[in-house]
Design a protein around this ligand. Structure first.
Ligand code: UDX
Ligand code: UDX
Length: 463
């Protein structure tokens, strides 16, 4: 029997868009997304689809089409679990901030809570799908909780990691490179895998749907993110060498990217990668390796994070050094705060760390980001606990308009690669700034020689 009712716990960046696309592509399946956060669910249900809590190009149209038809957002977690044959767990798994594995291991408390709640409510057999990125062998823990605390019903656990990238989530979901589904090798396990394959087969060709055992699927997700992040740290390591030797990192990236064995993607030098996944997943990998005594493996991957932290610090140090070793009371304008373009997500954004360093040097940071509010900027800085909240309030100036943000500034730092930055009237910006006017391009998106012609002192990463 095919699946007709799906529930997803967690209406975040992963759960929301993924379920919206499943609902759009499978009108015969009722999809209910639940979350403990009432405000978030209310926003998903907002009559104005432009007010849904996650900004992703194309998402509001899909929500508009499916919401109320077969896509529902609710805080009634138990009812949704009870009704569904298949339950996706898409809650967050942050890095632990306490106890054993602090700063490294994934905190699984939300996952465990979900498992216990499913066990309590379920009166019929169910398929539970891990969507959140999890340490290898988490499925085993979930199964143990379900089997030992449940009402005697049978559960199948599948791992179905999400590979969508923010900003392109809808496209990634509609045209995925592959769908990965891990499950038990038993007959019931294979049946559960097939039930999920049948859901995706509504819009993804079957040759792109890969099935494996649960452990391979769990580890593949961590491995994919580690490899992607490693490419960025590798090119960023070369960017520092380029600056010393007169090579240009964009030219080097192009030259190596044309080698079909290397390929051109994920070779853009930058102020450092951000986002909720790369750092968290690598730390998690490092922790797992260490817990098996594989110290060389752990050290190897940890270096990817060390390099990324170094790149962020190097960027802020360079700003201070170039501005005559003092930024005290100088206005420095940040173009961009999100961790990448086309998203309002700021988790682990390089901008936060660069701003934190500069505020410690008494700079005034003027922030303009087309999708990020002042409230979010301040919350991100407060979270680091580097200073009292009112000091952050006094150090951060926010603007609705980029030209006002840049007026009177000593320097501009480009922290996010928003397309609109390239199209600005840079002559007008130059005229309004303190001289010499500096641009530190942390994303290598602006045309340096054009800016230099205007009179800017222009510095990009790795050139
Ligand atoms: C998260 C993880 O960050 C990622 O590693 C994983 O692959 C998928 O889940 P994301 O969707 O971006 O990704 O997280 P977030 O936007 O924080 O959404 C999680 C949602 O779960 C939140 O809205 C939170 O309120 C909700 N939640 C959390 C519950 O409904 N119940 C809980 O017990 C815990
Ligand atoms: C990533 C993975 O790509 C995705 O498959 C997984 O499901 C979640 O984690 P995401 O974090 O949304 O997705 O964005 P991604 O496009 O991978 O970018 C991550 C960070 O790397 C961003 O800060 C981005 O600016 C940076 N980056 C990316 C670079 O600095 N250089 C590059 O060449 C590519």
């Amino acid at each position: 029997m095919g699946i007709t009712k799906i529930c997803c716990i967690g209406a975040g960046y992963v759960g929301g868009p993924t379920m919206a696309v499943i609902a759009q592509k499978c009108p015969q399946i009722q999809v209910t997304v639940v979350d403990l956060n009432e405000e978030r669910i209310a926003a998903w249900n907002d009559e104005d689809v432009n007010k849904i809590p996650i900004y992703e190009p194309g998402l509001s149209d899909i929500v508009k089409e499916a919401r109320g038809r077969n896509l529902f957002f609710s805080t009634d977690v138990e009812k949704a679990i009870d009704e569904a044959q298949m339950i996706f767990i898409s809650v967050n798994t942050p890095t632990k901030t306490y106890g054993k594995g602090k700063g490294m291991a994934a905190d699984l408390k939300f996952i465990e809570l979900c498992a216990r709640q499913i066990a309590k409510v379920a009166k019929e057999n169910k398929i539970v799908v891990e969507k959140s990125t999890l340490p290898v062998r988490t499925a085993e823990a979930i199964k143990s909780i379900l089997d030992n605390t449940g009402n005697g019903v049978k559960f199948q656990i599948l791992s179905n990691p999400e590979f969508l990238a923010e900003g392109t989530a809808v496209q990634d979901l509609l045209n995925p490179d592959r769908i990965l589904i891990g499950g038990d090798t038993t007959e019931e396990g294979q049946k559960a895998i097939q039930a999920l394959v049948d859901v995706y087969a509504n819009w993804v060709s079957e040759d792109k749907i890969l099935t494996t055992n649960v452990w391979s699927s769990e580890l593949s997700k961590l491995t994919a993110n580690a490899f992607l992040a490693q490419r960025i740290s590798s090119i960023n390591a070369m960017s520092e060498l380029c600056e010393k030797t007169g090579a240009d990192v964009n030219e080097v990236a192009r030259a190596i990217g044309m080698d079909s064995r290397i390929g051109p993607k994920f070779l853009k030098a930058s102020v450092g990668f951000g986002g909720s996944c790369f750092q968290k997943d690598i730390l998690n990998l490092v922790y797992i390796a260490k817990s098996y005594g594989l110290n060389e493996v752990a050290d190897y991957w940890e270096q990817v994070i060390i390099m990324n932290d170094h790149q962020k610090r190097r960027f802020s140090n360079n700003i201070v050094k170039t501005l005559y070793n003092t930024v005290s009371d100088k206005k420095i304008t940040f173009l961009g705060w999100a961790f990448k373009k086309d998203t309002n997500d700021t988790r682990e954004s390089a901008a936060i760390y660069v701003a934190d360093d500069l505020i410690s040097e008494n700079a005034k940071i003027a922030v303009y980001d087309p999708k990020v509010s002042r409230k979010k900027v301040l919350a991100d800085l407060d979270y680091l606990e580097s200073r009292a909240a009112d000091e952050n309030v006094n150090s951060v100036l926010s603007f609705e308009n980029p030209y006002e943000a840049c007026a009177g500034a000593h320097a501009i730092a480009v922290l996010t690669e928003w397309d609109e930055f390239v199209a600005y009237d840079w002559q007008k910006i130059y005229d309004s700034m303190q001289k010499p006017a500096f641009v530190f391009d942390g994303r290598n998106i602006l045309n340096g020689s054009d800016l230099e012609k205007i009179g800017f002192v222009y510095q990009a990463i790795g050139s």
